[in-house]
Design a protein around this ligand. Structure first.
Ligand SMILES: [Zn+2]
Length: 502
C-alpha cells in the first residue's frame, strides 16, 4: 500500500474518533478555526491586556455624565457621548434608533419607624422608592407593619383581604439576598421586589416595603459582626423595577437599607409591633424619548450576518451607573475598537461585528424590543450582552446548534490563560440579548463574570467608578474581543438555536 494512502486512512480513523466525541457523523469533519484566526484572536487579547480604553470610557461615562435613566438629560448626553466615542474608536455606521416612551421619575422619599409602647426609639430609615412606584398621599401613609420573612410567606396567606393580616397595614418582606459568584442569590430574592406590591395590595395592604434586594450592609450579627460605623457604610437602599396589575389597587413601594431592615427584624424577633410612616412623591407616565446607539465593524464575505455585542446605556437615577452598566458599555465598545483597528490593518472580520447600546433596559426593555422589531430580518450569528459589572470573566457558555460546539471548545481553550473555563450549551446571553434570543431565535453566548460583589452597590447611590478595577476591565475586553472575532470568523453558522431549557 502506498505510504500516502495509508496515512490518509489513518487520518480518517483519527477524525472519526474525535467526531464521536461531539456526536457528529463521520461524513463531515468537525469545524475548526484556522491557525490564522486563532493567532489573530491571541493578538486581540494581548492588545486588550495592555489597553486602558475600557477604563477611560467607563470613567467618562460614570463621572462625566453619571446617572442616565431613559429620557433624562443624562440619557441625552450619554447618547451623544456614545456616538462620538464609537466614531473616535474607529467604528462605522454609527447611528441611533429613536424610541418614544413614558418614563417614571423619582421624587423625594422618607420613612420612619415610630417609637413603640415596648420602648423602641423612633428611627429614620434609609429608603428608596422602587421604580414605577406611585406617590403616597401628600400627608403620607402611617400604619402598622405586617412583617413577612419572604414573598412565599405572604403568598401563603389567603388573597382575600378579609382573611389576611396585610389588610390596612404596610406589608414588609424581609427576604435576604445571598452573596453568590453567579448572582443566583439575586435571582431568588428579586421576585419579592417585582411581584410584592401586587401580592400585598391583593391582600389589602396600604403600602409595600422590602429589605433591599442587595448584599450591602455587612455580615449578620455574630462574633465577627462589623462595627456600627462599618454597618452604616452599608446604609444604602437598592432601587429597581416593580410592576402593578391594573386589576389590583396600586400602592406605594419602597426598599429599606439592609442595616435598617436588620433593626426591624430584631424588633419583630423581640415580639414588638412596628409602626411606620412613609412619604414619597414620584411622577409616572411622563412622555419622553430615548435612543439605542449602534455602531459596526463591517464584515467581508458574510457581512450581512451580525455578531451582536451589547450592553445597556441607561442606568438607574441613583449613583453614576458605573457598574450597571457603564462597565458593559466600556467593555464591548473597547473590544469592538480592537477589532476595528485590526480591520484597518488588513484583518477584517468575515461577519459584521455590531455594538448595540440598548435603551431603557432597567425599566421596560424598550431598547431591546425596538431593536428586535427593526432588525428582525438580519441574520444574527450570535447575540451577547455585558451587564454584570466589571468583575473578571470565569466561564464561556453557548446557546448554539450542537454542530458548532467544537468551535466553542476551541474558544474556551483560547481563553483558558485568562482564567476562563468552558461552560455548557445553556448560556444566558444577558437581559436584552436573552430577550432577542427568545423572540427571534438568534443564537447566544455568555461570558460569566464574577458577581460576588456586584449586588453590594447594584441600583444604589454607591454604584460609582471606584467600584471598578482597571485590570479586571482589561481581562473582560480581552475575552469579548476574542469571542466576537471568533464568532465573526466561524466556519459555520451558530444557528439554528437549540430548544430553550430555561
Ligand atoms: Zn444592568
Amino acid at each position: 500500500m502506498p505510504i500516502e494512502l495509508e496515512r490518509r486512512q489513518w487520518l480518517q480513523t483519527v477524525a472519526a474518533g474525535s467526531l464521536a466525541l461531539w456526536g457528529g457523523t463521520p461524513a463531515q469533519a468537525a469545524p475548526r478555526f484556522s491557525e490564522e484566526d486563532l493567532s489573530a484572536a491571541r493578538a486581540l487579547m494581548s492588545a486588550a491586556l495592555s489597553s486602558g480604553e475600557a477604563w477611560r470610557l467607563a470613567s467618562e461615562l460614570a463621572t462625566g455624565i453619571g446617572a442616565r435613566p431613559a429620557g433624562s438629560e443624562g440619557d441625552r448626553r450619554a447618547v451623544a457621548w456614545a456616538q462620538r466615542s464609537l466614531r473616535e474608536l474607529g467604528l462605522v455606521n454609527v447611528g441611533t434608533q429613536a424610541i418614544e416612551l413614558n418614563v417614571w421619575q423619582r421624587g423625594p422619599a422618607s420613612a420612619r419607624l415610630l417609637a413603640s409602647a415596648s420602648g423602641d426609639a423612633s428611627r429614620s430609615l434609609v429608603v428608596a422608592a422602587l421604580g414605577n412606584s406611585i406617590s403616597t398621599p401628600a400627608q403620607g401613609v402611617e400604619a402598622e407593619v405586617a412583617w413577612y420573612p419572604s414573598l412565599a410567606a405572604l403568598m401563603d396567606e389567603p388573597s382575600d383581604p378579609l382573611r389576611s393580616r396585610a389588610r390596612g397595614r404596610i406589608v414588609f418582606i424581609d427576604q435576604k439576598t445571598e452573596r453568590a459568584r453567579d448572582g443566583s442569590g439575586y435571582s431568588r430574592s428579586v421576585g419579592a421586589r417585582v411581584a410584592g406590591p401586587v401580592e400585598a395590595a391583593r391582600r389589602g395592604a396600604v403600602a409595600f416595603g422590602l429589605r433591599s434586594v442587595g448584599t450591602s450592609g455587612g455580615s449578620p450579627p455574630g462574633p465577627d459582626a462589623p462595627t456600627d460605623a462599618a454597618r452604616d457604610l452599608g446604609r444604602i437602599a437598592h432601587t429597581g423595577t416593580t410592576r402593578y396589575d391594573l386589576r389590583v389597587p396600586m400602592i406605594p413601594a419602597f426598599a429599606v437599607s439592609v442595616p435598617d431592615a436588620d433593626v426591624m427584624a430584631a424588633r419583630v424577633a423581640a415580639g414588638h409591633t412596628l409602626r411606620l410612616s412613609l412619604q414619597m412623591q414620584n411622577r409616572s407616565d411622563v412622555p419622553a424619548r430615548t435612543h439605542n446607539v449602534m455602531a459596526e465593524v463591517a464584515g467581508t464575505d458574510l457581512a450581512h450576518e451580525a455578531v451582536l455585542i451589547g450592553a445597556h446605556l441607561d442606568s438607574w437615577d441613583l449613583g453614576q451607573g458605573a457598574v450597571d452598566d457603564g462597565a458593559g458599555v466600556a467593555i464591548v465598545s473597547a473590544a469592538a475598537a480592537l477589532i476595528a483597528r485590526a480591520a484597518r490593518e488588513g484583518r477584517r472580520p468575515r461577519r459584521t461585528v455590531r455594538v448595540v447600546l440598548f435603551a431603557n433596559e432597567e425599566n421596560g426593555f424598550d431598547g431591546a424590543i425596538a431593536y428586535g422589531k427593526a432588525h428582525a430580518h438580519v441574520p444574527h450569528q450570535v447575540v451577547a450582552e455585558s451587564d454584570f459589572g466589571g468583575g473578571r470573566i470565569y466561564r464561556l457558555s453557548s446557546r448554539v446548534q450542537p454542530a458548532a460546539l467544537p468551535l466553542f471548545a476551541q474558544m474556551a481553550e483560547l481563553l483558558k490563560p485568562l482564567g476562563v473555563e468552558a461552560g455548557d450549551n445553556n448560556g444566558n446571553p444577558g437581559p436584552d440579548a436573552a430577550f432577542l434570543m427568545r423572540n427571534h431565535q438568534w443564537p447566544g453566548l455568555q461570558l460569566s463574570q464574577d458577581g460576588t460583589r456586584y449586588f453590594d452597590v447594584h441600583h444604589t447611590e454607591r454604584d460609582t467608578i471606584d467600584q471598578l478595577d482597571p485590570a479586571d476591565l482589561q481581562q473582560n475586553v480581552a475575552c469579548w474581543a476574542a469571542v466576537a472575532w471568533m464568532s465573526a470568523q466561524a466556519p459555520l453558522s451558530f444557528a439554528p438555536l437549540p430548544a430553550l431549557r430555561r
